[in-house]
Design a protein around this ligand. Structure first.
Ligand SMILES: Nc1ncnc2c1ncn2[C@@H]1O[C@H](COP(=O)(O)OP(=O)(O)OP(=O)(O)O)[C@@H](O)[C@H]1O
Length: 274
């Protein structure tokens, strides 16, 4: 099978709405790749990811994940031959689930979803996301809850990971480590990631492809290797070349490197100061 996901001529309209949220979408997601989806609020990013995850039924167009219709009950969870889930969708809806605010321990939650079968992955994630298994959910900050969500959501390996703006309340250090872990996953095993976000710090070299959604339509698809150049001497922040569809990005002012350095220092000082 040559593609992790494939969408052809997909138009999607929610029931009881007057116009479609996605129009004529064509997208190919090869194996071992990372695709970043960029677009304004309401552009259709979540709708696209939910269709790929099989949460919504698509009646027009063609959509396949791991070669199967994601809405079919056969394709949803397990790949018969291995321990992988076909898709994992992680979105912000998790915050509204009732158990998030219950007096329940993190280890108990992890055990309930099969931590002992995926102990090595689980321990790596706990480490990366700096989760304390003795935490009680009802006493956590939003960012700590998000770390638990990600540890739980990423515990079982997947074939296609759909990330719907779930790094928004992670600190820069946790986010940077998570992005590195995810990139590594796509390099060492057969899987791919589609990630919709509004936060671009630390993502310059992360994706293979950047997809621009505007009002439900894909208006640009850039290959990071072929179409995007970073040039610190460029006169403008961004130059879009209409002839060959390429982009040159100049020096971008950002406090991200400073925040990353400070949090790394904070972590090293934690043990000695307290
Ligand atoms: N359940 C729903 N019922 C009807 N319309 C919906 C529903 N969910 C989303 N829409 C509409 O579909 C369009 C795309 O919404 P979507 O949530 O995919 O945008 P998005 O790009 O993820 O936005 P954001 O950046 O704000 O999360 C919007 O016009 C929205 O109003």
């Amino acid at each position: 099978m040559s593609l992790a996901a494939e969408i052809k001529d997909l138009t999607y309209q929610f029931p009881e709405t007057e116009q479609a949220s996605l129009w004529n979408i064509d997208l190919a997601v090869p194996w071992n790749t990372r695709t970043l989806v960029v677009g304004s609020n309401g552009a259709g990013k979540s709708t696209l990811l939910k269709l790929l995850s099989g949460k919504n039924l698509c009646l027009t167009g063609h959509i396949r994940v791991n070669g199967l219709d994601p809405f079919s009950p056969y394709s949803m969870h397990k790949n018969e031959a291995d321990e992988c889930q076909i898709t994992t969708y992680l979105g912000t809806e998790w915050c509204h689930m009732s158990f998030i605010n219950r007096d329940i321990g993190v280890q108990e939650l992890l055990d309930s979803i099969g931590f002992k079968h995926h102990r090595e992955r689980g321990e790596t994630l706990i480490d990366i996301l700096d989760v304390n298994v003795n935490w009680r959910m009802h006493r956590l900050s939003d960012g700590q809850k998000r770390r638990v969500q990600l540890t739980m959501g990423l515990l079982k390996p997947w074939r296609l990971l759909l990330l719907d703006e779930v790094t928004v309340d992670l600190d820069v250090l946790a986010r940077s480590r998570l992005l590195a872990f995810l990139a590594h996953e796509t390099q060492v095993r057969r899987c791919s990631i589609v990630y919709a976000t509004h936060i671009f710090d630390g993502l310059a070299e992360w994706p293979d492809k950047v997809v621009h959604l505007r009002h439900g339509r894909i208006v640009e698809q850039l290959s990071c290797a072929n179409d995007i150049k970073f040039d610190s001497r460029a006169a403008k922040n961004v130059t879009l070349d209409a002839n060959d569809n390429s982009v040159t990005i100049g020096y971008a002012k950002s406090l991200h490197p400073l925040a990353l350095a400070w949090l790394t220092q904070d972590e090293n000082k934690q043990d000695t100061q307290f």
